[in-house]
Structures are given as C-alpha cells and as structure tokens.
Design a protein around this ligand. Structure first.
Ligand code: PTJ
Length: 245
C-alpha cells in the first residue's frame, strides 16, 4: 500500500500498475523498460504539463473532434496505466478504440480488450489484416478501424508505425514524454507530456471545443510541431541549468 503523503506517490502508483499489468499479461515485459525511460524523461521535464504541452493537448482535442474517423490505438502500457482515461476520451471525442500491439499475441489482445471494456471503453473487434507497410506485428490492424481512420492517436508508440501511418496520409497524434524519440519527430502532433496527465486534458479540451469548429480549425492550422518539440527541449535544458545553480 503506497501512502498518499509519499512524495513520489503518483510515480509509485504508476509503477505498481505497470508491474500488476505485467503479472496479469497486459503489459509486455519490454513495457517495463519503456516505462522506466518515460519516468526518466518526466523527471527531466519537471513532472508537470508545460504550457506548450497543454496547447498540444487542446490541439489534439480539436483534431479528434474535426476528424471523420478518429481512432485511439491502445497498447499494453496505455491500457495498464490509463484504461478509464481511454474510456473518458472515447466518450468525449467520439473516437473508436482499437488494440494494436508491438509484442502481439492474441491472448494479450483479448486481455487488453477485456480490461478496457471493464473500464467502460467500447473496443473495435474483427479479424485484423496486415494492412500497414511494416514488417512486424504492428502491421496488423482492422480494415474499418486504424486502416480506415483519418486521424489516429498513438500513445507511447514506437517510431516506425507512426511513419507508416503518416505514409498512408493519416494525421498522427502521439503522446510521448521523450521529445527526442523517432515517434515524437515523425508525428503530425506531438504531446510531450506524461500519459495520465495528457489524457484528461485532451478530454477536457473536447468538451470545451464541442460545437466550436472555427476555434478547432484555428488551433489545427496554427499548430507547429517543431515549436512544440523545441519548447519541450528548452524546458528540459532550463530544468537542468536550474539544478546546477
Ligand atoms: O504493448 P506493446 O506490445 O504494444 O508494447 C508497448 C511498448 C511501450 C513496449 C512499445 O510500444 C515500445 O517499445 O515503445 P518504445 O519504443 O519504448 O516507446 C515508448 C515511448 O513512450 C518512449 O519514448 C517513452 O519515453 C515514452 N513513454 C513511456 N511511458 C510514458 C511515455 N510517454 C508518456 N507517458 C508515459 N507514461
């Protein structure tokens, strides 16, 4: 039991969710090191949503609302850390939810789908086909899901699927606390924030922007991903330089 007044309470709870997810087959063993890398970058960014990340989250909400066929792609780490938040965002944005895994087994797909459904999400089902230009299991997706989507939210992703989705002309939104990752640099819109801080902000953005198409269009057309990445790196450099003072 983690005491609420522990200074690293939030981080310890996240670790517990990942460890639990690993033990019950939702998180891939490799997901534990992916989480550790995320924790390290979150430390550097100051464990807070920066101003530029908040702008990215609002822009993501606008992109999901304006999309014709938005899909939220969920992997093991995302399901373990944020299943209720995925359900909330699905409700707020109207996006479909599809499970897409790098370390894919049908058993994990079923476990993750069940976990998402238990937490209130509606998960797309069907026979996946190798529809993305990739040599690994992430190529498998549903024809009327990710393949037909115009906008895909891919939290905690590995870089080449992001590139493959973009090569098919899709808008790709990623949540990645590492502004140097290939995914962060390839996505249409990169939210450099921790997953469980970012998701509720995107949902709130959806409620705020509901029935405001011109505000959505303004956010989408004025967005500049290089600015978002540069701001995150400047934030890290400032934190490092303050630590030396
Ligand atoms: O469940 P599977 O089989 O699909 O596998 C999922 C993982 C995460 C193992 C797989 O996609 C993977 O290996 O991802 P990468 O290449 O490690 O990329 C994950 C990215 O997410 C890294 O840049 C991490 O820094 C970042 N990240 C990790 N945890 C968080 C995070 N970003 C935001 N919030 C987090 N909690």
């Amino acid at each position: 039991m983690i005491p609420e007044d522990h200074p690293r309470c939030r981080s310890l709870i996240a670790r517990e969710l990942i460890a639990e997810g690993m033990m019950n087959g939702i998180v891939a063993p490799e997901g534990m090191s992916a989480h550790g890398r995320g924790e390290a970058f979150d430390y550097l960014i100051g464990e807070k949503t920066t101003g530029s990340a908040f702008l990215a989250e609002k822009t993501a909400a606008a992109m999901l609302l304006m999309a014709k066929r938005p899909v939220i792609s969920v992997n093991g780490n995302t399901a373990a850390l944020a299943a209720p938040l995925v359900a909330d965002l699905q409700q707020a944005s109207g996006a479909a939810v599809e499970v897409n895994l790098f370390h894919r087994t049908e058993e994990r797909v079923e476990k993750i789908s069940g976990h998402l459904e238990k937490n209130g999400a509606e998960v797309l089902k069907g026979i996946p086909r190798r529809l993305l230009p990739l040599s690994h299991a992430r190529a498998l997706c549903l024809e009327d899901g990710i393949y037909a989507a115009d906008t895909v939210l891919v939290p905690l992703e590995d870089g080449d699927r992001c590139g493959a989705l973009r090569s098919l002309g899709k808008n790709v939104i990623t949540i990645d606390i590492n502004p140097l990752s290939r995914t962060a640099r390839t996505a249409t819109l990169t939210i450099v924030d921790e997953l469980t801080r970012a998701m509720p902000n995107i949902s709130s953005g959806c409620f705020e922007l509901q029935n405001k198409p011109s505000e959505c269009t303004r956010l989408i057309t004025s967005h500049d991903n290089n600015y978002l990445l540069r701001s995150a790196l400047e934030e890290i450099m400032e934190n490092l330089s303050n630590a030396l003072d």
